[in-house]
Ligand binder design. Structure first.
Ligand code: ZN
Ligand code: ZN
Length: 264
C-alpha cells in the first residue's frame, strides 16, 4: 500500500493509540504517504458536544502534534494533515471560520449525518427511506462539487433497506457522478474487516460497470491496521471479486496533488 488518506486519532473518542504509533505502523507497513483525517469538529452554537469527533479545543494539539511528527519522520514518510467531515450546508461557514488559521492539507467527505447532530440519524443505521437515501446522494454530490474534499470515504455507508430498484438508481447516479469527475470509490478496510454492511458488493458491482477505479481507505481507528497486510489483501480480494481495478499508488498520489493544488 503506497498511500492511505483515511486515518483517525484518539481525539475523536473512539480510536486508540498515539499519533506516533500510527506513523510507526505506517512506516513498518511500507506506506509512503499517510494522511490523517480525524473526525472534524463542528461549531454547535447551542453548546451541544458531539461524542464522535474531536472538539474545537483539540485542534491546536492535533496540528501541533502532527506538524512536529511530520518534520521528525520526513525522511521515512510523507505526512498530510486533514479531516474527515460530513457535508452539511448550514454548518459549513462556521467550520470554515474555525479551521481558517490551521495548516490544513485536505479533507475527505464521510457523510455519517445529513443534518446537524443530534437531530440527524446516523446514515449507517438501517433505513428504508428512499427520500433520505436520495438526500444522502444529493449531499455527497453537492459536497464534492464544492471542491473541498479529495474523495468520498465509504460512499456506500447509507444502510438502505428499501427496494433494490431504488438502491440501484441512487448508486448508479452516484457512480456516474464520480466517473464524470474522475473520482475513485473507496473500499473501506474498517467496514470490510469489521463485517459491517459496507463496502457493499452491490455498490462495487455498479462502480465497476461504470468504470470507476477503487482506492483502499484504512479508516484506521487503531495503529496496527496500517501494517496489517492480511487486512489490506482482503480489500484487494474484494476488488477482484467485484471486478474493479485498484488505482495505482502514484496515480492516487498525483490525484491528491492536483486536488491540493486547487485548494491553496
Ligand atoms: Zn470514526
Ligand atoms: Zn473515517
Amino acid at each position: 500500500m503506497f498511500a492511505n488518506f483515511h486515518t483517525h486519532t484518539y481525539r475523536c473518542g473512539h480510536a486508540c493509540g498515539t499519533d506516533r504509533e500510527y506513523i510507526e505502523e505506517a512506516v513498518a507497513g511500507g506506506i509512503k504517504v499517510l494522511g490523517f483525517s480525524d473526525h472534524c469538529p463542528w461549531v454547535f452554537d447551542d453548546g451541544y458536544v458531539s461524542g464522535t469527533r474531536m472538539s474545537p479545543a483539540e485542534l491546536d494539539g492535533y496540528f501541533y502534534s502532527l506538524t512536529s511528527l511530520k518534520r521528525e519522520y520526513s525522511s521515512d514518510i510523507d505526512i498530510y494533515i486533514g479531516f474527515e467531515s460530513e457535508y452539511i450546508p448550514e454548518l459549513m461557514e462556521a467550520q470554515d471560520k474555525l479551521l481558517a488559521d490551521y495548516p490544513l492539507d485536505y479533507m475527505i467527505l464521510g457523510e455519517h449525518f445529513t443534518q446537524r447532530e443530534p437531530y440527524s440519524p446516523y446514515t449507517g443505521y438501517p433505513s428504508g427511506s428512499a427520500a433520505e437515501l436520495e438526500r444522502y446522494v444529493d449531499l455527497i454530490i453537492e459536497g464534492m462539487d464544492s471542491g473541498r474534499y479529495f474523495y468520498t470515504a465509504h460512499p456506500d455507508l447509507f444502510n438502505f433497506t428499501g427496494s433494490e430498484e431504488v438502491l440501484d438508481r441512487q448508486y448508479r447516479r452516484l457512480c456516474r457522478y464520480f466517473k464524470e469527475k474522475g473520482l475513485p470509490a473507496e473500499i473501506n478496510l474498517l467496514g470490510l474487516c469489521g463485517g459491517r454492511h459496507y463496502p457493499s458488493g452491490r455498490f462495487f458491482d455498479i462502480a465497476a460497470e461504470t468504470g470507476l477505479k477503487a482506492v483502499i481507505g484504512c479508516d484506521a481507528h487503531s495503529p496496527d491496521v496500517l501494517s496489517d497486510r492480511g487486512k489490506i489483501s482482503a480489500c484487494v480480494d474484494f476488488a477482484e471479486k467485484h471486478g474493479i481495478e485498484i488505482m495505482d499508488g502514484s496515480e492516487f498520489f498525483s490525484a491528491f496533488l492536483t486536488y491540493k493544488g486547487g485548494n491553496k
